[in-house]
Design a protein around this ligand. Structure first.
Ligand SMILES: Nc1ncnc2c1ncn2[C@@H]1O[C@H](COP(=O)(O)OP(=O)(O)OP(=O)(O)O)[C@@H](O)[C@H]1O
Length: 244
């Protein structure tokens, strides 16, 4: 579904990515791990079109997307959920799920439609239910939800774009222990729908629970690309810190 091929990124004289290669299959979750400064965020910004690569290419479902603007890459099927979630905390769940893309209805005599809030609400409820997200009501202000519930809203919102790939940056880092399990369930749900997931995480227990493969980045290079079932936490830690 997604191929990262020999991606290089230089900022002036600084080489941040030095020929990064890995693939993500449909419905596969790949964890991207690496120490602070390894290049994970830079790579994600290249995949989502925020940065232009200095070399190499990103291929989505057979199509080269390197150099395409972020808005179009999103339309083509790559969604990124940032650590800060980018939700409107003062607005309710429905508004956040549709932010700017609410269903509209036509009124006789008017050229443009008006927001059909009842329909948006029904659809938001359906999405939350189908996803198995534990959000008490779609009418609640997002700022009043727990961290895990907010993460669920961000995932539901990502699904409205019908993504092929969802990239998640530290989705469990700020969560209480009992909420982590629920977010990991939602990630499994995405996989079950055939959506590919790239999970950036420092929490290796989470990585081992949901990822099919673990790609370790060190100093801008893939230092290991291993199936989760064929490696160990100790081995992954040593890849990250550079013990071998
Ligand atoms: N715009 C920039 N100009 C110059 N150097 C940059 C720029 N952005 C990132 N870097 C450098 O690139 C390297 C990789 O940074 P990046 O943020 O991609 O790492 P990371 O693996 O995401 O780290 P973290 O886990 O801390 O978020 C760092 O040394 C950083 O200082």
């Amino acid at each position: 579904m997604l191929r990262i091929a020999n991606i290089e990124k230089r900022f002036g004289p600084i080489e941040v990515l030095r020929g990064v290669d890995f693939d993500v299959d449909a419905g596969e979750a790949v964890a991207l791990v690496g120490d602070n400064g390894a290049g994970k965020s830079t790579l994600m910004k290249i995949i989502t079109g925020v940065y232009r690569a200095s070399g190499g290419e990103v291929v989505l479902d057979g199509r080269t997307i390197t150099g395409i603007a972020p808005g179009e890459i999103r339309t083509l099927g790559i969604e990124m959920i940032y650590q800060n979630l980018e939700l409107a905390r003062e607005q309710d769940v429905t508004t956040n799920i549709f932010l700017g893309r609410e269903p509209t209805r036509r009124i006789a005599g008017f050229d443009t439609g008006i927001i059909d809030h009842a329909k948006a609400r029904r659809e938001a409820e359906r999405m939350v239910r189908q996803l198995g997200a534990r959000v008490p009501s779609v009418d609640i202000r997002v700022g009043n939800l727990s961290g895990g519930q907010q993460q669920s809203v961000a995932i539901a919102r990502a699904l409205t774009f019908s993504p092929k790939v969802v990239i998640m940056d530290e989705p469990t880092a700020a969560l209480a222990v009992r909420e982590i399990e629920h977010v990991l369930q939602l990630i499994k749900e995405l996989k079950g729908r055939g959506i590919s997931v790239i999970l950036i995480s420092h929490r290796l227990t989470d990585v081992f629970e949901v990822a099919d493969r673990i790609v370790a980045l060190r100093q801008g290079k893939v230092i290991a690309d291993e199936k989760t079932g064929e490696t160990t936490m100790q081995r992954v830690v040593s890849h990250i810190v550079g013990a071998h």
